[in-house]
Design a protein around this ligand. Structure first.
Ligand code: ADP
Ligand code: CDP
Length: 222
């Protein structure tokens, strides 16, 4: 059976960076499932759906066509054919994505797309998110739960934003938002962020990026 590597963890633990690098190194596909929840949220906001109204979100969530390109060397995400890779990282989407992701109908729809991506991946896939090991791919070949201290995670996000030229006030606001989002993702009823019983815990606080990538690649190659 093709390899499925499931990587979960809170925001800023390194999931996207590490998963993509592991996939590129091992010749596997790469799926950023957070980008799909962000794309769904972007579409809701663009179409004036009240994202605080779970019923309205559930009714609308079947409409957008969300397509993930899973090439680890250049992942893509489109909504109704439009490249949304830029706008889905903005503060508006980031502030609302946890509310949209808590709606069961949204999750049902995106989980189906995620499993479809794994089915068509030629050599296998590295999929990262919040519920890869617990819900989407319970039979994954390897499961990893990535963590880092809240301070380390906030510092990494701040460094990324600083490099982009974002002002300090926005950086402080984004750090608060990160903590709020992690709490919301961990406490929701449907598919809360949690470590699967058979997942390997990797705390990246004191590791370099290279060390984390090496460790996970080694787990897959075992
Ligand atoms: P997530 O997908 O979990 O939100 P990202 O991969 O988007 O995390 O962001 C993690 C950031 O932290 C990246 O900019 C990455 O380069 C940086 N980073 C620094 N050190 C590490 C480390 N040891 N492990 C993982 N990421 C690290
Ligand atoms: O990269 P960052 O940690 O900022 O977030 P992300 O991975 O892009 O995910 C954005 C949001 O989508 C999360 O805060 C969750 O609310 C939701 N999400 C989810 O519910 N389930 C997933 N498998 C992936 C993301």
């Amino acid at each position: 059976a093709p390899v499925v590597v499931a990587i979960d963890g809170p925001s800023g633990s390194g999931k996207s960076t590490v998963s993509r690098a592991v996939a590129a190194r091992l010749g596997l596909s790469f799926l950023d499932t957070g980008a799909m929840y962000r794309a769904m949220t972007w579409w809701m906001l663009a179409n004036d759906v009240d994202v605080t109204d779970a019923e309205a979100v559930a009714v609308a969530c079947g409409k957008p066509v969300i397509v993930s390109g899973t090439d680890a060397d250049g992942p893509t995400i489109t909504v109704d054919g439009q490249d949304v890779s830029g706008p889905i990282r903005g503060p508006e989407v980031t502030a609302q994505v946890s509310a949209v992701a808590a709606v069961p109908a949204v999750r049902a729809r995106l989980v189906e797309l995620q499993r479809g991506c794994a089915e068509v991946a030629e050599r296998g896939i590295v999929a990262e998110g919040r519920d890869m090991g617990t819900v989407v791919f319970p039979q994954a070949t390897v499961k990893v739960f990535l963590t880092a201290s809240e301070a380390a995670r906030a510092e990494r996000r701040a460094a990324e934003l600083r490099a982009k030229g974002v002002d300090e006030a926005t950086i402080v606001a984004m750090a608060a938002d990160l903590a709020r989002r992690d709490a919301a993702d961990s406490s929701r009823e449907t598919a809360p962020l949690a470590q699967a019983a058979d997942a390997v815990l990797v705390d990246t606080s004191e590791l370099t990026l290279e060390q984390v990538i090496d460790r996970i690649a080694a787990l897959v190659e075992e």
